[in-house]
Design a protein around this ligand. Structure first.
Ligand code: SF4
Ligand code: SF4
Length: 338
């Protein structure tokens, strides 16, 4: 039976022009005319942090000059609007608030179609036209500071100031805390939900994607990860409406799926206006390290995958669970993409 919250969401969705834009693109894709639904823009080539799990530092190009506001205007016009007519653009970095001029440009040129993803260490300016403010937090204070440097108190204060001034959500915007789960913070998810529930409107979990085979930050597929996902599903049910991942989406993260990633759905542009590959975690420079798709924990393309393109991933999960627990708790990637 539909929850009242779900009914409201469905009504809001039907009223939202974005929904119709997505539907239009989806129909074109089905007719063989597919093009990216959304974009990401590294609005700066600088960051004031050096987090231990950062994919951006792993492939940063320090020899080029980042785009000016005029350069970004050309990218918006030529790539995001004319060439691909994207539904939405994620403003990433580095740290986007180091370039408030570019955020402002996007908020005007793509009004109502932009999300900003920030480490929240700088004062968080409000821009009319930005519909989602994503704050990256990676644990309770001691864990967050271990991963991101001693910043938790400042981050908490900036986010609290923002949401107490503008609201946790308002007319046309929404706030979330996003957590990238890795081997250092996976035991703290319940505490994090308690810490943020009264401060922001929602919370999203994704998993860390490694760039090398023996990356100790990666939480391997298997029982420990499954137990955590069970806990996230339990928390989602307990804190209805706060954890925004769907159960299907959480279940997708139990095993490798990246080899079927619809990365064509996102056009990722770097700080110099070049298109990155295979996705926003990658690079336009072919010699730079690449994310391991089989171990991907990203929600970007996965989101599309989960909602739109493959029906109910929970059904696939049932097959996976049956096989995985028949004997070996570790799932072998080679068993999957046949
Ligand atoms: S704040 Fe973001 S871009 Fe900066 S180092 Fe951390 S993860 Fe990387
Ligand atoms: S790293 Fe993840 S999101 Fe990126 S292309 Fe690979 S599977 Fe897709």
């Amino acid at each position: 039976m539909l929850h009242q919250h779900d009914v409201k969401n469905i009504i809001n969705m039907l009223k939202d022009p974005t929904y119709w834009h997505i539907s239009y693109k989806a129909i074109r894709s089905m007719l063989g005319k597919r093009s990216p639904f959304y974009g990401s823009a590294d609005v700066t080539n600088y960051c004031n942090l050096h987090c231990s799990h950062c994919y951006w530092w792993a492939s940063r190009n320090s020899s080029m000059q980042e785009l000016s506001v005029e350069g970004w205007k050309r990218v918006i016009d030529e790539i995001f609007k004319k060439r691909y007519n994207v539904v939405h653009v994620y403003l990433l970095g580095g740290e986007p608030y180091l370039r408030p001029d570019v955020i402002e440009l996007f908020s005007k040129e793509m009004h109502g179609k932009c999300t900003v993803v920030t480490n929240a260490t700088l004062p968080i300016l409000f821009f009319k036209g930005i519909v989602l403010y994503i704050f990256s937090v990676d644990g309770p204070r001691e864990v967050h500071d271990m991963i991101r440097g001693k910043t938790y108190d400042r981050v908490r204060q900036n986010i609290t100031e923002f949401t107490s001034t503008y609201g946790r959500k308002g007319k046309g915007f929404y706030t979330t805390v996003n957590v990238t789960i890795n081997s250092l913070n996976y035991k703290h998810v319940a505490r994090m939900v308690d810490e943020w529930e009264d401060v922001v409107e929602g919370m999203v979990f994704q998993f860390y994607t490694p760039f090398s085979e023996n990356d100790p930050l990666w939480l391997p597929f298997g029982r420990e990860r499954d137990t955590l996902i069970d806990e996230l599903i339990r928390l989602k049910r307990e804190h209805y409406g706060f954890i925004l991942n769907t159960e299907a989406q959480l279940n997708v993260s139990r095993r490798p799926w990246g080899n079927r990633c619809p990365n064509w759905m996102c056009v990722a542009v770097d700080a110099f206006g070049r298109i990155k590959s295979p996705c926003s975690m990658g690079s336009a420079d072919p010699d730079m390290p690449s994310p391991i798709c089989e171990r991907c924990g990203c929600l970007g393309n996965c989101l599309a995958y989960t909602y739109g393109l493959r029906g109910d991933p929970g059904k696939e999960y049932n097959v996976y669970a049956r096989d995985a627990y028949a004997g070996n708790s570790m799932y072998e990637p080679s068993q999957l993409h046949q």
